[in-house]
Design a protein around this ligand. Structure first.
Ligand code: BG6
Length: 445
């Protein structure tokens, strides 16, 4: 299925791993919402599949939605016979198979689907992790393309579907104001913060092997960086956007890194007692191209920190001479993208303090989603499923992007003893002397 479809009609949506948590928490609610919005109609069905034995009726009790939506849900045990079951439920132009199953089963499951004859007019959707390093990612991509063409494989990065992430491209390419200064001549550094308050919860088995760099940087944060740094695309087609992101990845260079682990991590259930897995990292990178050469990019990312928040900050260079304050104390301009929780964009500027003197201070111009728009920011899966239904691959990650990203971060995956930090605190910066104080913007929106 290559061409973009305007209509989502006559689609069979198959969820593998339908009795699992992802299907219940995210996929079924997103599909119910698409049905309510009229994005899915009665010519389409949702067919759950899994190892457990359920009747259609039993499967329907796992979902919520209108009775019309629930009547479109069916269940089939296992993969054998899946194609015939789909056929028996109607005539479909497009089959979407969502792999809500553990990543180690992706390659084998793709083969089973192919053995079943479910490859034509089929799209498969998989979610990270795509491999563990460059070699395993390449191996997985090769295995998938033994049965499916790259155009049929949709790799989800749910960060790309976040409303405020999509707005990065609009901010950059629909506003003449910022276009001339978007380069290392004017910008001193790009800083990305991705903080979480939660620890590793019940995910020790996965996380202890992965660590925060594999979990968050290789995919989500590298994707954010690509959107901030890429050259203007010539159109908004998936291939064009991907190729601009790939150009960023080709010139990305990891310079240095500091790793940390929260105190008590090795006592978490399922974590190796001598684990060296990092739960927080600070990284310094460069993009060695014409636009960004010489300008550092800093990333701070971790779990068990003081708050949940993802922000991207652009810190502009200081002016050659500040005319007003006696004591050069005004911070240089900054643009802050508040990705979550409260979405917004803030432009920090210097202003005169009212009064008889000519003292100046930092003030900000704020755009907050909640003040400008009445619509609720929708769930990332809603957008991603709708795009998959329409065969729009713009927000999905290509094989080449994942492989390049692993390659460029390879030097981060060395075993070293991480420094410790107390849960609920943020380690002191170790690479960047001029951190943007993102805390300042937490309550702005
Ligand atoms: C996932 C990571 O991809 O993203 C998790 O595996 C992390 O460890 C999550 O908690 C964060 O997503 P969000 O949308 O809550 O920022």
């Amino acid at each position: 299925m290559k061409a973009r479809r305007e209509s989502t009609a006559h689609t069979a949506i198959v969820i593998l791993g339908a009795s699992g948590d992802l299907a219940k928490r995210k996929l079924l609610p997103a599909l119910a919402a698409l049905y309510t919005r009229g994005e899915l109609d009665d010519s389409s069905i949702v067919l759950g599949s899994g190892r457990s034995a359920f009747t259609d009726e039993e499967f329907r009790t796992r979902a919520e939605g209108s009775s019309e939506f629930l009547s479109r849900l069916y269940y089939h045990q296992g993969i054998i016979g899946l194609k015939n079951r789909v056929k028996s439920l109607g005539s479909f132009k497009h089959i979407i198979v969502f792999f809500a199953i553990p990543p180690h089963a992706y390659a084998n499951t793709a083969k089973k689907l192919a053995d079943e004859g479910l490859t034509n007019d089929t799209t498969i959707i998989i979610e990270k992790p795509f491999g563990y390093d460059f070699d395993s990612a390449k191996g997985l991509n090769q295995k998938l393309t033994e049965h499916f063409q790259e155009e049929q494989v949709y790799r989800i990065d749910h960060y790309l579907a976040k409303e405020a992430v999509q707005n990065i491209l609009v901010f950059r390419f629909a506003n003449a104001l910022f276009y001339p200064v978007w380069n290392s001549r004017y910008i001193e550094s790009i800083q990305i913060n991705a903080f979480e308050q939660i620890g590793i919860e019940e995910r020790a088995q996965y996380f202890d092997r992965a660590g925060i760099i594999r979990d968050m940087v290789q995919n989500h944060l590298v994707q954010l960086l690509c959107l901030i740094a890429m050259e203007p695309p010539v159109n908004l087609g998936a291939e064009e956007i991907r190729s601009q992101k790939i150009n960023v990845l080709k010139t990305l260079r990891l310079d240095s890194i500091c790793k940390y682990q929260y105190e008590g991590y090795t006592q978490e259930k399922g974590v190796a007692i001598d684990s060296k897995t990092e739960t927080y990292a600070e990284m310094k990178l460069f993009i060695d191209n014409f636009r960004w050469s010489g300008m550092p990019i800093y990333i701070r990312v971790g779990k068990a920190l003081n708050r949940k928040g993802t922000e991207i900050g652009l810190r502009f260079k200081r002016l050659p001479k500040l005319l007003f304050n006696k004591s050069d104390q005004v911070e240089p301009n900054r643009i802050i993208f508040k990705i979550q929780p409260a979405e917004g964009i803030i432009v920090d500027i210097a202003s005169k303090i009212p009064g008889l003197d000519f003292d100046i201070t930092n003030t900000s111009m704020n755009f907050c989603y909640r003040d400008s728009f009445s619509e609720k920011v929708s769930d990332a899966y809603l957008k991603l499923l709708l795009d998959a239904l329409k065969c729009d691959r713009t927000l999905f990650v290509s094989a080449e992007e994942t492989e390049l990203s692993w390659k460029k971060l390879a030097s981060a995956f060395t075993e070293e003893v991480p420094k410790l930090y107390s849960p609920g605190t943020v380690p002191k910066p170790c690479l960047c002397a001029d951190w943007i104080n993102f805390e300042k913007y937490v309550n702005v929106c």
